[in-house]
Write a protein that binds this ligand. Structure first.
Ligand code: ADP
Length: 524
């Protein structure tokens, strides 16, 4: 953080004062023109004999003020805005001094105008104490010197009285200019230091995000090489293993997937944070996509005793979207819905948005509604913010990183869509995603994959297992596919919910069993 009186701070304050003086001089010039013209109404009544001279002086002030106003827009005028401001001050005060000498000298009632001008200028064109002092000194000299030189002072009391008030005004103007400048400096220093601290925090935040991304990346590489053989073990590719061994392998596999998923979420998050996320558009049949993904989570929902259904409204065209991001959105919403729902149902709806307005183009919606624990009212507006969790204590019942909804929100925003949330505690939650149907037109530079129609997935547990068998060897090693996520959730639920591993589907009749199956067990 910058020292309170560092040269950079002083320079930054100077720059701000120069910019402020530009604005203030313009306002001062307009006000001077108006006031000098208005006070001209007094001249015919107070000094009709000097009317033409007085009006000439006033006209001169108006012309000079307008010239200063115009000059304040030029480059030298901007650079020397405080000098311009001082000239404006002096034009106004000295012209009143001229009027005073032109009329009755030290007896002239127009003397009050000098005080008024000084005070008005302190308010509209505040300068520092030194500059204000110079202006006051010149003005006072212009007032007092001719009076002393002329020497015809008959009424000393009036002269003394006027001088007393004049000098008091000068002291007031100089002191208030000085203290007001100090106050402005303090306020500026606070703002400046805050902005500096903010910048430093941003840099730190970026460093932290880079570190976060690098570490996640470094961890992911060895993890994926552990996962592939683990999957092979788990799928029975290395021959028969005992029941105990299989239990351990399943646990290792499940936890490795979980770890990989968390690392992927962190990497996704860092990519969004660093603005490095990319759109890869491909043609998506939303109904098919949602049906397929929902069916993958059917087993885990059933296991929890929650009904999971998908309702598709007709009329949704095939559209270009980022399939990976869409999958992350839906799987995160589904996993949350399952995690936070103990009984009742989860409904996923898709359809066309019908709001009558075609201005922003046609949109589709995809919503996940549950009858779960809901979100307290005060948390709802902030629930999409990063790391937000209703219960973030270490003893919380539901585990999680608090990144899922942030990724949902960022992914949807990235696809030019929005996420809306409705939720009521103990009643349930509804997350609604709206996406444009013309994303390829909105982001023409987005990478577009060749139009390929994904084969409709068959969703029997056997086919999931079979596909999983292939996935890590033939497809992307670093991504956790939706079916793996579903499987992971299901097995975690089995492990957490005191179901036996067998119940949770870890073993199935078509998978190899080890010789341990018939062994006796001792319960300790
Ligand atoms: P995580 O689930 O890993 O904690 P998320 O970003 O996915 O992180 O969700 C943030 C928080 O929002 C959750 O911790 C939970 O408090 C709340 N939340 C999300 N979805 C639901 C839901 N369907 N029902 C109730 N609360 C939810």
């Amino acid at each position: 953080m910058t020292n309170a009186m560092s040269p950079e701070l002083v320079q930054a304050f100077e720059n701000e004062q120069i910019a402020k003086a530009q604005r203030d001089t313009r306002i001062g010039a307009i006000i001077a023109s108006i006031l000098f013209s208005l006070f001209g109404l007094l001249d015919p009544f107070v000094y009709p004999e000097h009317l033409s001279e007085l009006l000439t002086i006033r006209g001169g002030v108006v012309v000079a003020s307008l010239a200063i106003f115009a000059l304040s827009f030029t480059t030298p005028g901007k650079q020397h805005s405080r000098v311009l401001g001082m000239i404006l001050y002096l034009v106004s005060t000295l012209s009143i001094v001229m009027m005073v000498h032109l009329t009755e000298g030290y007896l002239s009632p127009y003397y009050a105008g000098i005080n008024l001008a000084l005070i008005v200028f302190v308010a509209i064109l505040p300068l520092d104490g030194l500059r204000a002092g110079i202006i006051c000194a010149i003005t006072y000299a212009a007032y007092i010197i001719p009076i002393i030189v002329m020497g015809n002072v008959d009424d000393v009391a009036i002269l003394l009285n006027n001088n007393f008030f004049f000098l008091s005004t000068i002291v007031l103007v100089v002191l208030s200019s000085h203290f007001a400048t100090r106050l402005r400096f303090k306020e500026f220093a606070a703002r400046y230091n805050l902005a500096q601290a903010n910048e430093e925090l941003k840099t730190l935040d970026k460093l932290k995000s880079d570190f976060f991304a690098n570490v996640s990346h470094e961890v992911r590489t060895p993890l994926t090489s552990i996962l592939a053989p683990l999957q092979a073990f788990h799928s029975g590719d290395f021959g028969e293993i005992t029941e105990e061994q299989e239990k351990i392998v399943a646990q290792m596999y499940r936890n490795s997937l979980k770890l990989l998923d968390m690392i992927n979420q962190m990497l996704d998050f860092s990519r969004f944070e660093a603005g490095k996320a990319q759109l890869r558009l491909s043609s998506v049949d939303l109904h098919e996509f949602v049906d397929d993904t929902v069916s993958l989570f059917q087993e885990v929902a059933q296991q929890k005793g929650v009904e999971l259904r998908s309702i598709t409204e007709p009329g949704v065209p095939e559209i270009f979207l980022d399939r990976d991001k869409l999958e992350r959105v839906l799987t995160n919403l589904l996993r949350n819905a399952i995690k936070f729902t103990e009984e009742g149902s989860i409904t996923v709806r898709t359809g066309l948005v019908e709001d009558g307005s075609q201005e922003s183009g046609q949109r589709v919606f995809m919503e996940v509604e549950d009858t779960g624990i809901g979100i307290p009212e005060d948390h709802v507006p902030h629930i999409m913010e990063r790391f937000r969790q209703v219960d973030s204590s270490s003893t919380r019942r539901y585990e999680g990183t608090g990144l899922g909804l942030t990724i949902v929100n960022e992914s949807v925003n990235f696809m030019h869509g929005i996420v809306r949330v409705w939720s009521e505690e103990s009643v349930g939650s509804l997350f609604r995603v709206e996406l444009p149907t013309n994303l390829e037109e909105l982001v023409p530079e987005a990478f577009r994959e060749r139009r390929k129609r994904e084969r409709r997935r068959s969703v029997t547990p056997e086919s999931i297992r079979e596909r999983r068998r292939r996935t890590r060897r033939t497809e992307d090693f670093v991504q956790v596919a939706a079916d793996e996520l579903a499987l992971m959730e299901k097995e975690m639920l089995g492990a957490d919910g005191n179901h036996s591993q067998e119940e949770s589907g870890l073993h199935s009749s078509d998978e190899p069993r080890g010789p341990a199956e018939n062994e006796d067990r001792i319960l300790l």
